[in-house]
Ligand binder design. Structure first.
Ligand SMILES: Nc1ncnc2c1ncn2[C@@H]1O[C@H](COP(=O)(O)OP(=O)(O)OP(=O)(O)O)[C@@H](O)[C@H]1O
Ligand SMILES: [Mg+2]
Length: 433
């Protein structure tokens, strides 16, 4: 093993770029001083080499250099870490940020699904590495290492919430004694802080300002005192409910990583549209609960969007289509045909409009005026994206509403089209007060 250029340093050691093995593979080498390591546990790390997953940094070897008095961890070399990546000037598209969330949760899921699950214990932006290529990929690093580093050597020295360790810990970790058995729930809590950090342009959920000291942050974590920061690209409805749940003080009440993966924050546009489709099927039924659901939806959205009709959020081109649909519905009514007019104050009608029109625009493909493909993309490929970006609150609100206790009987029935969205989620996983 040869190590050359330093690529970073943290609380436990320095990282160098180097080469490894007979084929001189380019790797990253983390060097830790002998007195920082719990020697009796070092050998346990060998097992970590067997963890292979696209969202987890590969470990190639663990070595002790007696002569230099240092331990070396040889691993996959990444381009940068999440903290530095977010600091870069370029504004990241919403889709890219969502991908990062999904990558990190897939990595956590893989650690949790191992025969002997690994609790990371030190999830924070500097332990999430970013690799380039055609697509940006996030990978979890330093998993399984926190157990071998002596506690007093951890980097709890900085004032910047982007660094340091204790500002990213769950309340039970901060309070816990050495003997406390830490379970995967601690990673879910820290993951919540990382999600907040990504979505709010590097703000901390438990810090009022960027310069808040780590002592204040840890006090706020223990006192459950969150600060809601604005996100440049996400609506608060998309992430606040989620964060309240993953950062619940009681670890057993937090969603599991499998449940986290079922939350709309992790969905792509297609899955969100499938959800809208399923909700439309329910709304088109003529049953008493459908009326109740409509009313509930309108009550919720009257506080989110105030009184503005949803039609006012459409761009002029789509608004024009909307008005044409309304006009022809009016004509149909006069001819006594089935009227299909949408009420632009009724959220259920917005959902139906999105659903119905997608098929309309698809079937009209080729006959559509250029203006429509400007908005929805050729062949309507940006159709779903268009609506979900204009109405980002729609899917998360529907999800939160439908997973409430009063809808359990509906969504937990295997015959319900919504069943697949809720079957892997405990009834109270995403409830908060
Ligand atoms: N495999 C890697 N490839 C490329 N850069 C890395 C790699 N591992 C770490 N780094 C860089 O080095 C920095 C320091 O890493 P290190 O793990 O030592 O410190 P830390 O994550 O800040 O703290 P801790 O010691 O608690 O993990 C990382 O934040 C990252 O920028
Ligand atoms: Mg690290």
């Amino acid at each position: 093993m040869n190590s050359e250029k330093e690529v970073g340093h943290g609380g436990s050691g320095k990282i160098f770029k180097g080469t490894y093995g007979s084929d001189n593979q380019i790797v990253a080498v983390k060097i830790i001083q002998e007195d920082s390591v719990q020697k009796d546990k070092w050998k346990e790390l060998d097992i970590l080499r067997e963890v292979v997953h696209p969202n987890i940094v590969r470990y190639f070897g663990f070595e002790f250099n007696k002569l230099k008095g240092v331990y070396a961890i040889v691993m996959e070399l990444a381009e940068t870490d999440l903290d530095k990546w977010l600091k870069e000037d370029m504004q990241k598209p919403k889709k890219m940020l969502k991908n990062i969330l999904v990558h990190v949760s897939r990595g956590l899921q893989a650690l949790d699904n191992l025969e002997t699950p690994i609790v990371h214990r030190d999830m924070k932006p500097s332990n999430i590495l970013i690799c380039g290529g055609t697509e940006v990929v996030a990978k979890i690093a330093d998993f399984g290492l926190s157990r071998i580093i002596l506690p007093n050597k951890a980097g709890i020295t900085t004032q910047n919430p982007g660094l340091g360790t204790s500002g990213w810990m769950s309340p039970e970790q901060l309070q816990g004694s050495e003997t406390l058995k830490l379970t995967t729930e601690v990673d879910i809590f820290s993951f919540g802080l990382v999600v907040n950090f990504i979505l709010t342009d590097r703000k901390h959920l438990y810090a009022k300002s960027q310069s808040e000291s780590e002592v204040v942050i840890t006090c706020n974590i223990l006192l459950d005192k969150r600060t809601w920061h604005q996100s440049p690209q996400f609506s608060p409805v998309e992430y606040e409910g989620f964060l309240k749940c993953v950062t619940k003080k009681d670890p057993s009440k937090r969603p599991t990583i499998n449940e986290v993966m079922c939350h709309p924050l992790m969905w792509d546009y297609e899955k969100s549209f499938q959800f809208i489709e399923a909700v439309t099927t329910i709304l088109k039924r003529n049953e008493p609960f459908t009326e109740y659901l409509r009313k509930k939806l309108n009550d919720i959205f009257s506080t989110i969007w105030k009184t503005a009709p949803w039609e006012s959020k459409l761009c002029p081109i789509v608004k024009n289509y909307f008005l044409e649909v309304q006009k022809s519905a009016e004509a149909n009514r006069e001819e006594n045909k089935h009227p299909e007019k949408y009420d632009s104050k009724d959220i259920a009608d917005l959902i139906e409009f999105i659903y119905d029109r997608r098929y309309y625009f698809r079937s009209q493909e080729g006959n559509l005026e250029l203006t429509a493909s400007n908005v929805f993309g050729e062949k309507g490929t940006r159709y779903v994206e268009y609506f979900l970006e204009r109405f980002p609150e729609l899917v998360p609100t529907l999800f939160e509403l439908l997973q409430q206790v009063e809808y359990q009987e509906l969504v937990r029935n295997q015959l319900c089209p919504l069943y697949c969205f809720f079957s892997d989620v405990r009834p109270d996983a995403f409830t908060f007060c």
